[in-house]
Design a binder for this molecule. Sequence first.
Ligand code: DP6
Length: 325
Amino acid sequence: MSINSATAIAHPNIAFIKYWGNRDNSLRLPENSSISMNLEELVTRTRVTFDPALKTDIFDLNNLRQSGSELQRVSAHLNLLRGIRGVATRAHVLSENNFPSGAGIASSASAFAALTLAALHALGIEMNNAKDLSRLARRGSGSACRSIPSGFTEWYRGSSDMDSFAVSIAPPSHWDLVDCIAVIESRHKKTGSSEGHKIAPTSPFQQMRVADANRRVERCRNAVLSRDFAALAEIMEEDSNMMHAVMMTSRPSLFYWEPSTIEIMKAVPSWRKAGLEVAYTIDAGPNVPLICTSASLDGVRHRLSSVSGIQDVIIARPGGPAKIV
Ligand code: DP6
């Protein structure tokens, strides 16, 4: 194989209905379906160059050479993709995020979506089916499969590797929602999602969370499709709270919230009562992504300015699909 290179971009996504726990950790087959929105302003840009002269894979992230588990995870994913072509050529992966790495915005979704697309392209593998692209991205990071299609997406739990992928349920223009992320300072090193998924079954609440998941997915999908903000707010907060109940009752227990996280969670219902269309959803960290309508954004920002412990506020609107650039 000669030197072959391709560059792709992908956006991270914010889940309205969360993915937490796998029925197969190595295949990343999730316990439940999930729904999310891509984030347009946040971008990962990744160039993959397969070069026969390389002895090992090289992974540079934001101009820093990576080693250890970060490199291993990228290499393992490249092995999966190389296997499709039956080649062993090593690659140089050059990746950049336009959002601060320290801000606690999960980047594995956009990272593995962009890596999958760029590597397949550089390998000359044609994916006629967007579902297959999403399936392969899923193997790198579960949430990455939702960063392949455009706008608002649903990842089907599926029955096997073949039918667990994400599809677009509405384009970015469907609803002028905004993700207003309150970045909260945290001195603690958090437990990553991959480890969290593995211990999810140790919580007695996980079974109930999973058993009720189809109801939440359906409600959320209907709320998105009919642009019903009140319904979205209710189901999104409920789903986030249920995931955190599982996290807190896992062994070992995972507590991701900081005092400011809770301050916002408690304030949001009163902001809604005052007329703002806003709801919270929280991932595996202390930050609070606040989903609001464009019309409510100024009001939300104003209210956030009087909450203590907020380092930064990042704004992102519904985003497009992963693509070759
Ligand atoms: C809390 O996709 O980061 O953000 O498959 O191990 O890479 P891996 O996990 P990841 O998990 C995301 C968990 C979450 C909820 C969500 O985005 O659905």
